[in-house]
Design a binder for this molecule. Structure first.
Ligand code: UDP
Length: 412
């Protein structure tokens, strides 16, 4: 049997007053038609990463509205995860080797997990490339409808990875991508659905925080809560362009000397590139004590991230390549205007001039940040518009609705 992941119960009714009643009604209506439907979500890991975070909320909500939903994870050893890491990067366009040995390892683990897949489901939702072979190797056994949910950008896969994965993902009854721009080339149109992710407003990271507590928390890590604070929450990764953020901050500081910058990121033990890049960022920041480079090893967890987002004057997400950009969603939800790169899912969230500004260069970023610092009333108005935009489009009940809608369509 595949391992089942336990989740804490959640109630859809707790979202009443946060999202629109019409959305909750729509969910009720769809759920009535799907009552008792057996659903299993399958992914590679129970902890860490956006997928696990989403399933932690989505699965109990599906249960709450009357579906018989569960979450299972596949089994893999180090050799498998080495290969799936290469698949992840290769599918996102990196020119990596994909040797017959690597392909054989991927297939062996998928075959083995398929043989452990038990039970009978109306809908099997397979997340990301790691377990994408389950449908093939289970020969459709155990699932009436199979859905592949891809969370990464597969628009320009490196050819060997594209050739290998396409036949697997083509077998699914429907394939979900985050953005139209991310669709895997070669998949036939009727199967494609576009569903952006959402955040859960009821987890500690996204709940309102008392200003005093936020101030105290941020001050503990160094920044002065009485001076303007720019914030970027992102892994230390070249695509997130922290060096560009530092350049923009420096340009702003020439005009507003009291400004401070916090770069907050997560470090994984097993990510040597992340540590290497963190060193680069620290060297680039140099002796400027108003630049605060912080990560989880300093004790910055989800609640501390929330405190920084609550205290920031302007949030920056100057990525040059991005998935959806959940850090943007979280910042907008806290009522902060965001200056973001015009890439990936950022333009869906940052409406230029309404909920923040879209930028392409350091100069533009600096100019927009400066504008927001000098126009606090407008900055506040944009933050408010950003929160409303997220409330309407990017909170968990909307994702639940989109899945139920897809299930209802596939059921006929
Ligand atoms: N995050 C965090 N602590 C940090 C930095 C980031 O919890 O120190 C979270 C952040 O709040 C967001 C996620 O990591 O939920 C990053 O997701 P995003 O889509 O922005 O970027 P990704 O890392 O997936 O490219």
């Amino acid at each position: 049997m595949l391992q089942t992941v336990p989740t804490q119960p959640k109630r859809l009714q707790d979202y009443r007053g946060i999202v629109d009643d019409a959305l909750l009604d729509e969910i009720d209506e769809l759920a009535r038609r799907l009552r008792g439907a057996r659903v299993v979500h399958i992914n590679a890991t129970a902890f860490g990463g956006g997928v696990a975070e989403i399933l932690q909320s989505l699965v109990p909500l599906m249960q709450d509205v009357g579906l018989d939903a569960q979450w299972q994870v596949i089994h893999g050893e180090n050799e498998f995860f080495q290969v799936t890491k290469a698949c992840h990067n290769g599918l996102q366009g990196m020119a990596l080797d994909f040797t017959p040995e690597m392909q054989a390892i991927w297939e062996r683990y998928n075959r083995e997990n398929a043989s452990r897949f038990e039970g009978a489901y109306d809908f099997v939702v397979v997340h990301d490339p790691q377990p994408a072979g389950l449908r093939r190797f289970a020969e459709g056994r155990g699932g009436r409808r199979w859905i592949w949910r891809c969370h990464i950008d597969t628009s320009r896969p490196h050819p060997p990875f594209q050739a290998f994965f396409l036949p697997y993902v083509e077998e699914y009854d429907a394939v979900i991508f985050t953005l139209q721009d991310f669709v895997f080339p070669g998949i036939r149109e009727p199967h494609i659905r576009i569903i952006p992710p959402t955040i859960d407003p009821l987890v500690p990271k996204n709940q309102p925080m008392a200003p005093d507590r936020a101030r105290e928390t941020v001050a503990r890590f160094g920044p002065d809560p009485d001076r303007p604070l720019l914030l970027q929450v992102a892994r230390f990764d070249p695509w997130k362009d922290p060096l560009g953020v530092i350049d923009a901050y420096r340009a702003v500081k020439r005009e507003v000397p009291t400004v401070q910058l916090a770069l907050v990121g997560v470090m994984a033990h097993d990510d040597p590139e992340g540590w290497f890049y963190l060193d680069r960022v620290l060297r680039y920041a140099g002796e400027d004590m108003d630049i605060h480079v912080l990560h989880n090893f300093h004790g910055v967890g989800p609640v501390e991230v929330a405190a920084f987002q609550t205290m920031a004057t302007v949030v920056v997400q100057k990525s040059t390549r991005e998935g959806f950009g959940l850090a943007v969603t979280e910042a907008l939800w806290k009522g902060k205007p965001v200056v973001g790169g015009r890439v990936g899912g950022i333009p869906l969230q940052v409406r230029d001039g309404e909920t923040g500004f879209l930028v392409e260069t350091v100069e533009e970023a600096a100019e927009r940040i400066l504008y927001l610092l000098r126009h606090p009333v407008e900055a506040q108005r944009m933050g408010k518009a950003g929160r409303e935009h997220v409330r309407r489009h990017f909170l968990m009940p909307r994702l639940l609705r989109d899945y139920l809608k897809l299930f209802a369509e596939l059921a006929v």
